[in-house]
Design a protein around this ligand. Sequence first.
Ligand code: PEP
Ligand code: MN
Length: 338
Amino acid sequence: MLVVMKTGASPEQISRVLEAISVLDLTPHPMPGATRTAIGITGNTGAVDSRQLEVLDGVKECIRVTKPFKLASREMHPADTALDLKQGKIGPDTFTVIAGPCSVENEAMILRTSEFLVQNGIRFLRAGAFKPRTSPYAFQGMGLEGLKILQKAREKTGIGIVTELMDTEHAAAFEDAVDIIQIGTRNMQNFSLLKRVGQTRKPVLLKRGMSATLEDWLMAAEYIMAGGNYQVILCERGVRTFSDHSRNTLDLSVIPPAKALSHLPIFVDPSHGTGKRAYVPAMSLAALASGADGLIIEAHPEPDRALSDGAQSLDFKGLQALMASLRQMAPLLGRKMS
Ligand code: PEP
Ligand code: MN
C-alpha cells in the first residue's frame, strides 16, 4: 500500500502516519518527493483497512499496490529512480559505463586498467575478487587480497569500485571497500545474501538470474529494498535458451517491460550476454537504444592472457572505439554520457 501525503504535510503529521503504520505491525518506507512525501508500506497489508490511515491529518489518499513486488514497482514510485554516487549520477537521463576485467589478477593490471578508464572518462571499474566459477578447478579469484588491490586503485585514481559479493560473511568488508556491490546471476535468489545487502546502504547491481522471469528478478530486488536499501540497479546479462551461437541470449526485450513495471535503473552486460568480444559493440549500442541506463563491460589490457572470460573481453582500443560510438549515439536518445 502507498500513503500519499498532502502537499505541505508537516513533519509531525508524517511522523504520526509512520507511527500508525508501525503500530499495525507493518514497515513504513518514507519516500520524500519534490512536492510531497509518499510512504510505502510493506508487510502483510491484506487485512489493513486503508480508511484507518486515510483519516489521519495530512493524508491525501491510500493506494493499493497490486503487484507482488511493492517497493520496486512503478505503482509505488512513478518517477524513474536516479542514484547519486560520488562518481556521478546513474539514470534516468544519463548513460553510465562500468568497465574492467572479469577478475582482479594482480595489482599492476588493476592500476593500469583504472588509469586507462579514468583517462577515457569512465568512472567505474568492474573486477571480481571473489569469482563464481562453474569448475572448482578454475581460478577462484584473489579474495580479500583482491579487494585490497581494488581499494588501492580507488585511492590512487578516484575510480568507483564495482565487485561481486558471493557470501554474507564478506559483506562487512565490502561495505568499506566498494562503491557498488554486484550480486551475480547465480546468487539472484540467494535470499540470505539479498537480505544482508538490504541491510547495507551501498548501491547494489543485481544481475538477472540466468533462468529468472522479470517477476522473479523484481522480487529479488524487493528483498533488498524491504531491508531499507532502495539503491538497486537491475542488470540484464543474458539468459539460457536453446540458442548456442552465443554464450547466453541477451534479452534486451526485457528492458521496456522492466521499465514499465519498475522505476529502478537497468544496466546491460553485453560481455556475459554474448560471450564473444566481436558481438559486444553491437549489443552495447542496442542496449542504449533499448532504454538501458548503462553498461557493464569486460575489458582487459591483454584479453588473450586473461585468467577468466578473455574471449568476451574487449582490449583497450576496442573499448575506446565503443566509447566513441556510444558518445555519438547517446545525445540522439536524450542521454548524457556520465
Ligand atoms: C561477472 O560479472 O564476471 C560474472 C560472473 O557475472 P554473472 O554473474 O553475470 O555471470
Ligand atoms: Mn566474467
